[in-house]
Design a binder for this molecule. Structure first.
Ligand SMILES: Cc1ncc(COP(=O)(O)O)c(C=O)c1O
Length: 472
């Protein structure tokens, strides 16, 4: 079940996003006066409070200046941001090989500067509270005496349904299947909607775990460019849908990785309507959406789903407990298929872990963790982005993410990310090379840097990385 209701408090971020788009697109030159609050209220049928809140958000982002008695004025737009070029819309195979696993293993080496795998800062996780919940579950004796049969434990599904309602996406608990993390949810979604040899359209750059699943399932891929702030290009997606039979679309409208974009509600609704009209399922990766750095959590695309065609996939891995391996999927009309596929693979996720996850989601702890971590990651991503620009050769571009804790760094075109990855490792620095985020191993001159643990301790390592890039 879904609703069209817009949760109070998110409309202003939508208006801010539209104005930001216009500002960045050069509609208002630096110094130009922006439309008055009253005229925007009329244009967007919004209240004065909403429009004022939108302007405040833009002020905080350094894009707009308020002048007493005079209105709002455009400031100089920030440094140029990375650009994801479109490529020919031809289905291709995926062949990432072993690289993703090698990169993931870097997270286990404490000697490396932690710019590699996108892991939350362990210091910010609610470890003490989780241990308390785990101890209570252990005392109760529950969770060890039975299999976790699909669709999963009611107590967790109810907690997830409550959380979904709180972010503008009312769902029934019986429409949710618990999984062993976000990747299992995404893989089940692919298996339920596509058959080997079919083509999926994916937002690009894309999380390499999903690309590996696509590779293992023998699917083909068309990459649709993402924008560092507005997400998947609907224009290019429409073209791909016109030109090719597409079995499913994978996108991250409420929070993308590695770009850190958030598409905005209007564009997300448009995405759902576009796919519903063509009866194409949308696999929504929403593992990052809760880490909206300005605290404005965008409802997932599932909130706009009338037809049961959106498969909403999320987890607790980036926010609160990577080691639990607990996630979920709300698969709409594909639920029965998802349950069956999960069962035939490994029966179902561990009940013990599901009980701990339920304890985390209940009682306000999860919200408190989000409040604490979002503001820390907001400061760290901005500071690390500035440090990248200061240490890397000129021509480098870097994202200012709206969600998550990753930076996408576009290096000058002569740089080769794979060579830089190998050299950086020898120098004690972990990072993720750009080609891992593309089926066609594009993004040869891009890197993803994880900013979750950024601080002065790591500044010398980043400066060394900048020098290393300059030498290549
Ligand atoms: C964008 C994105 N989606 C999905 C996942 C997988 O989530 P999980 O770790 O819960 O399996 C990740 C993990 O890195 C991710 O970055």
């Amino acid at each position: 079940m879904a609703t069209r209701r817009t949760p109070a408090g998110t409309r202003y971020s939508d208006i801010a996003e539209r104005l930001e788009r216009a500002l960045r697109g050069g509609v208002y030159r630096p110094g130009a006066r922006l439309p008055s609050v009253r005229s925007l209220c009329r244009t967007w049928t919004a209240s004065i409070t909403t429009v004022v809140a939108a302007y405040r958000l833009l002020e905080r982002r350094g894009l707009v200046e308020a002048r007493a008695q005079s209105g709002h004025y455009a400031l100089v737009p920030g440094a140029p941001e990375p650009v994801v070029e479109r490529t020919r819309l031809v289905p291709t195979d995926v062949s990432l090989g072993q690289l993703a696993l090698l990169v993931m293993k870097d997270s286990r080496d404490p000697r490396l500067a932690p710019f590699g795998p996108a892991m939350p800062d362990p210091e910010l996780l609610p470890n003490r509270e989780l241990r308390r919940i785990l101890a209570a579950v252990a005392r109760s004796g529950a969770g060890l005496d039975a299999y976790g049969v699909p669709p999963g434990l009611d107590v967790l599904r109810t907690a997830v349904a409550r959380r979904a309602a709180a972010i503008g996406c009312p769902l029934r608990a019986d429409g949710i299947v618990t999984t062993a993390g976000g990747l299992e949810a995404l893989t089940l979604a692919l298996r339920a909607t596509c058959r080997a040899g079919q083509t999926v359209a994916i937002e690009s750059p894309m999380y390499y775990g999903l690309l590996q699943s696509i590779e293992a399932l023998g699917l083909r891929v068309i990459e649709i460019p993402g924008h560092p702030r507005y997400g998947i290009s609907l224009e290019v997606l429409r073209e791909a849908l016109d030109e090719h039979p597409i079995a499913a679309v994978v996108a991250m409208p409420a929070g993308s990785s590695p770009l850190g974009s958030r598409s905005g509600e209007e564009s997300t609704r448009e995405l759902v309507e576009l796919l519903t009209a063509r009866q194409v399922p949308l696999i929504e990766d929403d593992v990052l959406g809760d880490l909206a750095l300005d605290g404005v959590r965008q409802p997932p695309a599932k909130a706009f789903d009338r037809a049961g065609l959106v498969l909403w996939c999320s987890s607790l891995s980036k926010t609160a407990a990577p080691g639990l391996r607990v996630g979920w999927i709300a698969a709409g009309r594909f639920q029965a298929a998802v349950e069956h596929l999960q069962f035939t693979n490994a029966v179902g996720p561990s009940p013990l872990n599901q009980l701990v996850a339920a304890g985390l989601l209940e009682g306000g702890l999860y919200e408190r963790v989000l409040r604490r971590t979002r503001s820390v990651y907001a400061a760290r991503t901005i500071d690390m982005a500035e440090a990248v620009l200061a240490s890397f050769p000129s021509g480098t571009r870097v994202t200012r993410p709206s969600v998550g804790f990753s930076l996408w760094v576009e290096l000058p075109p002569t740089a080769d990310a794979q060579t830089i990855y190998a050299a950086a490792l020898r120098d004690g620095i972990a990072l993720t090379p750009g080609p891992l985020f593309s089926a066609k191993l594009r993004y040869r001159h891009a890197l993803r840097l994880c900013a979750s643990r950024w601080g002065d301790t790591w500044r010398p390592a980043l400066q060394r990385l900048g020098k290393l890039v300059a030498r290549r």
